[in-house]
Ligand binder design. Structure first.
Ligand code: URA
Length: 201
């Protein structure tokens, strides 16, 4: 995982818990996004979940509530998880590439992601999930390869250096715009369910 340079001068390796990390992240001002949003959307879920989901960044509803995937895309995500027998708070932990809402829901700029990614990397280390689902091209490009295309990469397992299995798939918001993407996402999440069940054998 990660061919993208991220800000290594921001060393969070001494932070020992998700709660401590969250407290620090809430006062982050490392990029300009914080000036235009209501607050930091750190992430939420089961702190011992084996499955982590990573999106792009908070939208308007997430910014209002301070929670990831709280809007329409989040409702669809909950339905997708339900269809494979999972419940977000019990079985997953959800975070985003950037923790502050980009104005007008634009894609986060490379420098914004670079500054924010150390939070996410430490979140991943502390959570130590077995599986990660990357929701959309922004998560794929920032965490795996800036040249990667979600249309090509989705549906195939990747593996991080530390052994985490990574499944890229379309972002739920893309499904809302294009219902033709429902079938591939369904297929991708069935693969996730199969791996998830194997973890509990
Ligand atoms: N889209 C995302 O990528 N993340 C959210 O938290 C909400 C919508």
């Amino acid at each position: 995982m990660n061919k993208v340079p991220y800000s290594t001068e921001h060393d969070l390796s001494c932070i020992g818990s998700l709660d401590e990390l969250k407290e620090m992240a809430l006062s982050c001002r490392r990029c300009g996004l914080r000036e235009e949003c209501s607050g930091v959307v750190f992430g939420e879920g089961n702190p011992v979940a084996r499955l982590m989901l990573i999106g792009e960044g908070p939208g308007a509803e997430e910014d209002r509530q301070g929670r990831p995937f709280a809007g329409k895309a989040g409702q669809l995500l909950d339905q997708i998880l339900g269809a494979i027998g999972l419940e977000r708070f019990e079985h997953t932990y959800i975070a985003n590439v950037v923790k502050c809402r980009p104005p007008g829901n634009r894609v986060p700029r490379p420098e914004e992601a670079r500054q924010c990614l150390p939070w996410l990397y430490r979140q991943i280390e502390l959570l130590s999930p077995a599986l990660i689902v990357l929701l959309g091209g922004t998560a794929l490009q920032n965490l795996v390869d800036p040249q990667a295309r979600i249309t090509r990469a989705r549906g195939q397992w990747l593996q991080s250096k530390s052994g985490i299995k990574i499944m890229p798939t379309y972002h739920p918001a893309a499904l809302l715009r294009d219902p033709g993407k429902k079938r591939p996402v369904w297929e991708d999440f069935q693969k996730v369910r199969d791996e998830f069940l194997l973890l509990h054998l």
